[in-house]
Write a protein that binds this ligand. Structure first.
Ligand code: HEC
Length: 188
């Protein structure tokens, strides 16, 4: 147990994460994360091009949950995005997600590249063995994220965000920070 905890501290991965490194579930989760990004990013890019951030807010609001739902229905996994400072009410982190997100932030502070941060674990939830996976989502260089998540948000964008998300916590970020994470799970 001690060795296990030491490993978690040193490497930021659990033994289950390691021993299932090439498990079918981990590979599936990674593939789903790729598909999620692959579907969302072009939508966001196109919307930004077509009408700037004010227009693209609506796309984020409708397309992101739609993509998550479609991929969930297709794969049998439960897919979502979460954050310690969530915008969507559905993106509020549960206890397990909160711990993992905090650890991602620590790892980044210690110099880790956020693009490499992921974590998986088999947990018991509601009496069911469940595979859980998270992958950090960072604000990359040259990406449009800060128009809607940054410190210097355009007044019109700000107004629309307040209107749609009166409880919004997802602003004030800067480049390189971790905005949130993909969080996927599947009952085994
Ligand atoms: C045009 C405005 C806009 C841009 C640009 C944008 N976002 Fe968002 N983001 C949103 C909105 C709106 C939501 C809430 C979506 C919903 O209701 O499900 C959101 C939600 C999220 C979430 C889910 C967690 C939460 O807090 O709800 C993450 C993670 C996220 N954005 C990351 C990013 C990253 C990374 C980028 C840059 C690649 C980015 N966003 C660019 C508007 C934007």
């Amino acid at each position: 147990m001690k060795i296990r905890n030491a490993l978690i501290l040193c490497l930021g991965v659990s033994l289950s994460g390691l021993s299932f490194a090439d498990s079918a579930e981990l590979n599936q989760a990674r593939e789903l994360a790729k598909q999620f990004v692959g579907q969302l990013q072009p939508e966001l890019g196109a919307a930004m091009k077509a009408g700037g951030p004010v227009n693209a807010i609506g796309v984020c609001q409708t397309k992101a949950p739609q993509i998550a739902q479609n991929l969930s229905a297709k794969s049998g996994w439960d897919l979502k995005r979460v954050s310690l400072k969530n915008r969507a009410a559905t993106a509020k982190a549960d206890n397990w997600e909160h711990q993992v997100l905090s650890r991602f932030d620590q790892q980044r502070a210690q110099g880790a590249d956020p693009a490499t941060l992921e974590y998986s674990e088999i947990v018991h939830e509601k009496g069911q063995k469940t595979f859980r996976y998270m992958k950090a989502i960072a604000i990359g260089q040259g990406q449009p994220c800060l128009h809607c998540h940054g410190t210097n948000i355009n007044e019109t964008v700000k107004q629309k965000l307040v209107e749609l998300y009166p409880q919004d916590k997802a602003t004030g970020y800067s480049e390189g920070q971790i905005r949130g994470a993909f969080s996927f799970k599947k009952v085994l």
